[in-house]
Design a protein around this ligand. Structure first.
Ligand SMILES: [Zn+2]
Length: 345
């Protein structure tokens, strides 16, 4: 088979996997507090904020609060750390191709590094990234080089007698320290990140394997999409799907919907084109039986169409054949409509 392109591993500057010299059963365990995750989907920011601040005061009254956050734009990726009691504000611009998870992990690692040169005895590192804390909790050093470093620096700090706690807090709920860390992370992704109170840093970090895999997938898809977009074929199908994606988590689209989108189905209009129907007209209405006619106009299916309309009226979308076949939320109702018409398409 001919190849379209070749991607060399060197292109991505992947972080080599360093095997720690301390076996995992000797490493100090990371202390992670996820007790606030029950307010993950809280609708009331004020209650979320008060709950989080109360939890901090009750459980970590004499700890230094270190808020961390990560941010990513199309051009830049960065991390922010805010050390509340010392009013220290740090930003780090990292590898622009790194994921937002890496940005979150790098912020946590930076907070830990700051602790190694401080005389602080107790610190709580606060993040709104559940993914970052879960990665640290599983501590699988093969998956992410930054997790590996976090676990090792944490071990060193605990070995010295320091108390280090990690804690999840809800994002965008008006918790002042979290808002500052969010601002610092976003500042690092700006074109000219200057601010009188903020220490700006640039850090060279390599990509982990999962990030490189994701970039390779994106690159392949882009190559195939360039061809798909510029081909003169599939013109009708592009009405429904202007660009392709390989997101396998997306809803499964049944083959009948694909056939209706392309117009290659057993409606009379298409059968006529391939000489399997005498005139291509609808038996009831006497006009060409196209996909649009069948779905939207044909008086033969007025009753089942009414059921279809009722089932999707809450979506507040146009009732036209392109929208019906394009919108993944309408497809279950369209399938039900097809079954009720009894037509084999
Ligand atoms: Zn008709």
């Amino acid at each position: 088979m001919a190849t379209k392109d070749t991607v060399s591993p060197d292109t991505f500057n992947i972080n080599p996997i360093n095997i720690p010299n301390i076996p995992p059963w000797i490493l100090h365990k990371t202390n992670i507090d996820l007790s606030l995750t029950h307010i993950l989907h809280s609708q009331n920011p004020e209650i979320s904020k008060r709950t989080a601040l109360y939890h901090l005061q009750e459980n970590y009254p004499d700890f230094v609060y270190m808020y961390t956050d990560g941010s990513k734009t199309a051009e830049k990726t960065g991390s922010g750390v805010y050390i509340q009691q010392y009013n220290i504000k740090l930003t780090f611009e990292i590898n622009c191709r790194s994921s937002v998870l890496s940005a979150e992990l790098y912020a946590i690692l930076s907070a830990l590094h700051w602790l190694t040169i401080s005389s602080i005895c107790r610190a709580v590192i606060l993040t709104d990234s559940l993914g970052a804390l879960q990665s640290i909790n599983t501590a699988d050093w093969r998956k992410h080089g930054l997790v590996n470093k976090i676990v090792l620096v944490n071990h060193e700090l605990l070995y010295r007698g320091m108390t280090v706690q990690f804690m999840w807090i809800p994002a965008h709920q008006g918790i002042p320290g979290n808002s500052t860390a969010d601002f610092l992370a976003k500042l690092s992704t700006m074109r000219s990140p200057t601010h009188p109170e903020v220490a700006y840093n640039s850090a060279v970090i390599q990509l982990c394997y999962s990030e490189a895999c994701s970039l390779i997938s994106h690159h392949c898809l882009q190559l195939w999409n360039d061809e798909y977009i510029h081909t003169r074929r599939a013109i009708t199908y592009k009405l429904f799907c202007p660009v392709m994606d390989t997101n396998r988590t997306k809803m499964h689209i049944p083959a009948t919907i694909f056939r209706l989108r392309a117009g290659y189905c057993r409606l009379h209009s298409h059968l006529y084109k391939i000489s399997l129907h005498p005139d291509g007209l609808c038996d009831t209405c006497g006009i060409p039986e196209t996909v649009e006619h069948f779905l939207i106009q044909c008086s033969n299916y007025a009753e089942v169409r009414h059921t279809l309309q009722r089932s999707i009226q809450h979506l507040d979308i146009n009732f036209d054949w392109i929208t019906l076949l394009k919108n993944t939320r309408t497809i279950p109702s369209v399938i039900a409509f097809l079954q009720q018409t009894g037509r084999a398409l």
